[in-house]
Write a protein that binds this ligand. Structure first.
Ligand SMILES: [Zn+2]
Length: 268
């Protein structure tokens, strides 16, 4: 199992990374992706990934940080790092009033534009999208970018069944966090049942969103992705091991990670 989305650079994990990696492995989680939210955080994520074999990283600017200056040179350097497996997270967030829409949109389009150019130069990577209450606006912008839709994942899905269908019709992937385990999220659970088995992933979004039955635990951590996977297995009527294997294979395929089965057939 891989935790495809966490934030090991956040203060909750300061000086705790080796412990988190140990906890993760003890729980049966063989790796995680620490996701960038600013250019500086992306660089910090690269440094963590460089120091730990089981951690990968991504490069991008989160919509809620779109009012901060971006160092494009730093982002590009992160993307060139061998442990950097994705762009992101980028997108739109209408849950909060600030940064204002125009600013979020400029940061998103600025990134998509550079991703297109840098991809053409050989820095092609999948894209992790943050979309909160913004499907109507985000999907047309992604469409206009012309970037491959099957290399985009809507992370931390919190929308309705209809919105899940729109993402799937668009051709992208959907990833679920602990929200899918919450009793007050029946729409997200219904969405989790309809995503095809070759386009579903799971994640923690740690340090946030601890899953049930430890919803009040702080911080959430990569080790807890097993609880999200277990809930997805239950919702989809799958055996837990079968579901964990499926999610691991999907994460490997989407992000180009080494598969759980090593070249010699053993588990590395
Ligand atoms: Zn995140």
């Amino acid at each position: 199992m891989i935790d495809t989305h966490c934030h090991l650079t956040f203060t909750q994990f300061k000086d705790q990374i080796p412990d988190e990696v140990d906890r993760m492995k003890a729980a049966g989680v063989r790796g995680c992706i620490t996701v960038g939210t600013t250019s500086a955080e992306s660089a910090a994520g690269c440094a963590i990934a460089a120091a730990h074999d089981s951690v990968w990283c991504s490069a991008g600017v989160h919509p809620l940080h779109s009012d901060e200056p971006v160092d494009w040179g730093v982002l590009r350097a992160c993307a060139q790092h061998p442990r950097c497996v994705a762009w992101g997270e980028l997108g739109l967030d209408n849950h909060y009033k600030t940064p204002v829409k125009a600013q979020q949109r400029a940061a998103l389009e600025g990134q998509l534009d550079r991703i297109s150019r840098w991809s053409a130069e050989g820095l092609s990577k999948p894209i992790i999208l943050h979309c909160r209450d913004a499907f109507d606006e985000l999907i047309p912008i992604l469409e206009a970018s012309g970037l491959p839709r099957d290399r985009m994942v809507f992370h931390c899905f919190s929308g309705s069944v209809d919105e899940a269908r729109r993402v799937l019709d668009f051709g992208s992937w959907i990833s679920f966090t602990g929200i899918v385990t919450y009793r007050n999220a029946p729409e997200v659970q219904a969405a989790a049942k309809l995503v095809p088995s070759d386009r579903i992933m799971c994640e923690t979004d740690a340090p946030f969103l601890s899953p049930e039955p430890i919803r009040t635990a702080k911080p959430n951590r990569p080790a807890h992705v097993m609880l999200v996977a277990k809930h997805l297995a239950m919702l989809r009527g799958l055996d837990e091991t079968e579901c964990a294997d499926l999610l691991d294979r999907n994460a490997c395929r989407f992000f180009g990670l080494p598969s759980a089965i090593g070249p010699a057939g053993g588990v590395p």
